[in-house]
Design a binder for this molecule. Structure first.
Ligand code: NAD
Length: 337
């Protein structure tokens, strides 16, 4: 069994922990937190050994009635791999800790691409991470774009991608974030950082992205235009996407008109935390005009990177190939509607 440490137990970390626990070939060795809160309490209730990310603060856990298994150093030392899910920039500070114990580390999309040996998306470049010590699972938006670009590139060749990303202002729990009543070009400069980030997965891709931020918490929305190297029927692209396990084509018959109903659907079918691990593409939005393909997709920022982290664990340890890992992750997480 692969022993997985999770350092940083917030939005992404807690979801990765639960996804790892579901896998037949891995287990959660422990999770590290900086302070006691409701997430620390639920970690203990779920049976995850809790480690203190900052040793001087370990007493605070005891005061809150939470037993600490040890300092984060012990967790990292004993793990086969560590998933760093700390806030942007903290992963870079933690790198020396992982190097000290020679433990391969996965970082999240908030870290710079320069921090790591490889930026990772399971569908697009799984093998590139084999044996790497420092791997970055790219952001929710880059993951969403990569999953669509990979099959189009393989089948038809991609001349150019143009994407407008309408981004949620914050996650549901991020009460400090905004905007509250506004629509922001964000960043106002063009292209946004997302295009160069996608190029960490597809180095030769021509892609421009524009970002906006809106007062929403549920999901991001992408408006996508991909110029292919040949003219293709929209129906053919829909069929191709239907074969991609992490693309959910929302049928017109479901009358899902936006992220609100998508999340409602996820809750109705019993998804944990209402998570949508798949890109949610409106099937009837997939259109072509000559060589231009257009579509709208919803990206659940809190969860689409979760299966990618599980696959990245197997990739760095050379424990599986892409096809088997993706299939195992999908089966045990319950991906696909
Ligand atoms: P979060 O704030 O919800 O969780 C981070 C957790 O790490 C918190 O519990 C925080 O207390 C803890 N932490 C802070 N400093 C720490 C330290 N030194 N050691 C251990 N733990 C520490 O953040 P998040 O949304 O889960 O984001 C984590 C990473 O994932 C970031 O790089 C982010 O960019 C990326 N990401 C976030 C989203 C999203 O929408 N939330 C999507 C994709 C990727």
């Amino acid at each position: 069994m692969i022993q997985v440490a999770i350092n940083g137990y917030g939005t992404i970390g807690k979801r990765v922990a639960d996804a790892v626990r579901e896998q037949p070939d891995m287990e959660v060795l422990g999770v590290a937190k900086t302070r006691p809160n409701f997430e620390a309490e639920t970690a203990v209730e779920k049976g995850y050994p809790l480690y203190a990310a900052i040793e001087e603060r370990a007493d605070r856990f005891a005061e809150a009635g939470l037993e600490i298994a040890g300092p984060v150093e012990d967790l990292v030392a004993n793990a086969d791999v560590v998933v760093d899910a700390t806030p942007s920039g903290i992963g870079a500070e933690n790198k020396s800790l992982y190097e000290e114990y020679d433990t391969p580390a996965l970082y999240q999309g908030g870290e710079d691409a320069e921090l790591v040996d490889v930026s990772f998306n399971a569908r697009s470049n799984f093998e590139a991470a084999t044996g790497a010590q420092h791997v970055r699972v790219v952001s929710c938006n880059t993951t969403g774009l990569s999953r669509v670009i990979a099959p189009l590139q393989e089948a038809y060749g991609v001349e150019k991608v143009r994407a407008t990303l309408v981004r949620r202002g914050g996650d549901p729990g991020q009460t400090s974030r905004g905007p509250i009543n506004d629509i922001l070009p964000d960043p106002v400069t063009i292209p946004s950082h997302h295009g160069p980030d996608v190029e960490t997965i597809f180095p030769d891709l021509d892609i421009d992205t524009l970002g906006m931020k809106v007062p929403a918490t549920l999901m991001h929305m992408h408006s996508l235009n991909v110029t292919l190297e040949e003219a293709v029927d929209a129906a053919e692209i829909r069929d191709r996407f239907a074969d991609e396990s992490r693309l959910f084509l929302i049928p017109e018959s479901m009358s899902i008109d936006g992220s609100g109903k998508l999340k409602e659907y996820a809750h109705d079918v019993g998804r944990p935390r209402g998570d949508l691990w798949e890109n949610c593409i409106w099937e009837e939005s997939i259109s072509t005009v000559g060589r231009d393909c257009y579509l709208f997709q919803g990206i659940h920022q809190e969860s689409d990177v979760v299966p990618e982290n599980v696959d990245a664990i197997r990739a760095v340890l050379g424990a599986s190939d892409a096809t088997d890992s993706i299939a195992t992750t999908n089966e045990h997480l319950g991906i696909g509607f």
